[in-house]
Design a protein. Structure first.
Length: 410
């Protein structure tokens, strides 16, 4: 009998996408679904950068350089200079989305069985990339009660072993929206220097900070060989389908190793490089406008959530995600029920159960992630649905009832 690989069996389903069949079924029944489960902005991709692709003029769609087009990498140097990161074009390898940058980084920095520490909850696909690379994720818990602040240094040091090779930090954070302070980054700097670790800095949401300012790990002194910057145009320019990202580091040995993986996959997408190159020339106020829109959405969402009885949502400092604790027993069951069995005025809401963002079994069962990527009118309608859903859910299953045992009661 043919069997699937252990790796294939270990690969986790996406907590963001696993409920899609239920959403599709709801739509076929005529129910409108508000998608707060996925970070797909509704903000239009800038016309100027789409025109750069439309107006591109070449007779052959050739492979690009394995590190990415030189013209694009030189443009990225200009972009990074604007945000206080000083690098040269040879320290950038363009990748197929930030996803490939993470995977290449894991494979170049760690051997099978090595360990990477990630504060949880974390971007769910880190788990998948780790499994692909044969790497073991060691989670350390941050808490919704503290707004998901960085765990103390001793929590990191408790789990460091001879196999620990790296730490991953997403700043601002997906899924929590937490914005790490300069002081927290200095703590991480001490850890990676003391224990000789790599630090993967996922800065996909750099532009979207609402209180405080963003400091890049690439701006810290004395850690050049330790920092691996992961980047992407997906959220920055509302260009998720472009699938273009970058791995940036000043560690020449690491660049050489990553380059071999880049050569093996030949080259990153050509049209998206044209788009990304044009994006560097967007007006300086482009991010001011988009950031103000996301902040308005965040304020609307967080206010509405915290006004619902039994719901708690800390105020996220960046990105466009919020984590909320709901008065339920099992978020996976509740999120499926929203799509399968509930509608309010012909509408329902799709959320991402938080269990898939934790590495420790059992955590996040009462939490959900919400992406405030819809306009405020849609967000208010979605919150109307959620408020009514929670009220209906409690009535159907009984206050204090074990929801897991009663999941077939409706």
């Amino acid at each position: 009998m043919l069997t699937i690989s252990h790796r294939g069996q270990q690969m986790p389903p996406s907590p963001i996408r696993k409920l899609v069949p239920y959403a599709e079924a709801a739509k076929k029944r005529g129910t409108k679904v508000f998608h707060l489960n996925i970070g797909q902005p509704d903000i239009a991709t800038p016309e100027m950068i789409l025109d750069a692709v439309r107006n591109s003029d070449f007779k052959v769609l050739e492979y690009s350089h394995s590190a990415g087009n030189e013209s694009y990498r030189k443009k990225l140097v200009q972009y990074y200079a604007k945000v206080g990161i000083n690098i040269n074009s040879n320290q950038i390898i363009v990748t197929t989305g930030g996803s490939e940058a993470i995977l290449f980084g894991f494979m170049a920095c760690m051997d099978a069985g090595d360990e990477v520490i990630i504060p949880e909850p974390f971007y769910a696909n880190y788990n998948g990339f780790a499994i692909e690379a044969g790497v073991v994720v060691t989670p350390i818990c941050s808490s919704i009660e503290t707004g998901f602040a960085l765990p103390p240094m001793e929590d990191f040091e408790k789990v460091i072993t001879p196999k620990t090779k790296a730490i991953v930090i997403c700043n601002p954070n997906n899924p929590t929206g937490y914005l790490y302070s300069r002081e927290e980054m200095e703590i991480l700097k001490k850890i990676i220097l003391k224990h000789n670790l790599f630090l993967f800095a996922d800065e996909a949401y750099r532009e979207f900070c609402y209180e405080g300012t963003h400091t890049s790990f690439m701006q810290l002194e004395g850690v050049n060989d330790h920092i691996v910057l992961i980047d992407t145009i997906s959220k920055r320019y509302s260009a998720c389908g472009g699938r273009i990202g970058a791995l940036v580091t000043k560690n020449s040995s690491l660049l050489g190793a990553v380059m071999k993986f880049a050569q093996a996959r030949l080259s990153p997408p050509s049209f998206a490089q044209i788009l990304g190159e044009a994006a560097v020339d967007l007006p300086d106020n482009y991010f001011d406008i988009t950031k103000a829109e996301y902040k308005k959405r965040r304020d609307t969402l967080v206010k509405r959530l915290n006004a619902i009885p039994g719901v708690f949502c800390p105020n996220p400092g960046g990105a466009f995600y919020a984590m909320a604790k709901l008065p339920i027993d099992d978020a996976d069951i509740f999120c499926q029920w929203l799509l399968e069995s509930f509608s309010y005025q012909g509408q329902t809401v799709m959320l991402a159960p938080a269990t898939g963002f934790y590495g420790t079994p059992g955590l996040g069962k009462k939490e959900v992630r919400l992406a405030y990527v819809l306009n405020t009118t849609a967000i208010n309608s979605a919150m109307d649905c959620l408020e009514k859903a929670l009220e209906t859910y409690r009535l159907k299953l009984g206050d204090g009832a074990n929801i897991t045992q009663k999941q077939n009661a409706y």
